[in-house]
Ligand binder design. Structure first.
Ligand SMILES: CC(C)(COP(=O)(O)OP(=O)(O)OC[C@H]1O[C@@H](n2cnc3c(N)ncnc32)[C@H](O)[C@@H]1OP(=O)(O)O)[C@@H](O)C(=O)NCCC(=O)NCCS
Length: 147
C-alpha cells in the first residue's frame, strides 16, 4: 500500500453518518447498522473516510459485513487490510467462526480463507441477524472462516 492510512473505531454520531454514507455510495445495506450492536472500523486517509468494515458478535460466532473501499482507492490492499483487522478483532473476542454474505466479492473472501457454506448450516442466531433475515438479498453467497 502506498498511501498512509489509519484505522479507528466508529463511536460517535458524526463518524457513524460518514460510515453509512460510504456504504450507501457502494450500495451496501446500512440502515440496520447500530453503534450498540456492531463493532465498526473506519479507515482514514488524512481525515477522510476511505474504507469501512464491521463485525456483529454472537458469542463464538461473528458476522463480517460492511466491507467497503472507496472506488478510487481499490486494488491497493486496503480491503485486505481491513479484513485482516476484522479477523484479528474476532480472535480477540474469542470468536471461532466468522460468517458473511456477499454478492460481488466471493473470490476476494476466498483468498482471505473463507469457504462457501450452506445457509441452513449457519447458526440460528447468525441467521436471525438483520443482514441474514432481511437486508441482504437471497442471491448472496454465504461464506465462513474457522479461526
Ligand atoms: C471488495 C472490496 C472491499 C475490495 O477492496 P480492495 O481494497 O480493492 O481489495 P484489495 O486491494 O485488498 O484486494 C486484494 C486482492 O483481491 C482482489 N479483489 C478485490 N476485489 C475483488 C472482488 N470483488 N472479487 C475478486 N477479487 C477481488 C484484488 O484484485 C487483489 O488481488 P491481487 O492481490 O492479485 O492484486 C472493494 O472492491 C469494495 O469496496 N467493493 C464494494 C463493496 C463490496 O462488495 N463489499 C463486499 C461485501 S461485504
Amino acid at each position: 500500500m502506498d498511501i498512509e492510512v489509519r484505522s479507528a473505531p466508529i463511536r460517535d454520531a458524526e463518524s457513524f453518518e460518514a460510515f453509512r454514507d460510504l456504504l450507501r455510495s457502494v450500495n451496501l445495506p446500512c440502515d440496520d447498522l447500530s453503534l450498540d450492536r456492531h463493532l465498526l472500523i473506519g479507515y482514514y486517509e488524512d481525515n477522510r473516510l476511505i474504507g469501512t468494515g464491521a463485525l456483529e458478535l454472537f458469542g463464538p460466532y461473528a458476522l463480517l459485513r460492511s466491507l467497503a473501499v472507496k472506488d478510487a482507492l481499490r486494488g491497493r490492499s486496503l480491503g485486505s487490510r481491513i479484513t485482516d483487522e476484522l479477523i484479528d478483532l474476532a480472535r480477540e473476542n474469542k470468536v471461532e467462526k466468522i460468517y458473511l454474505l456477499t454478492e460481488t466479492a466471493r473470490l476476494f473472501f476466498k483468498r482471505k480463507g473463507f469457504v462457501d457454506v450452506d445457509r441452513k448450516d449457519v447458526p440460528a442466531e447468525v441467521q436471525a441477524s438483520s443482514e441474514f433475515s432481511g437486508v441482504c438479498s437471497d442471491s448472496a453467497v454465504c461464506m465462513v472462516k474457522t479461526l
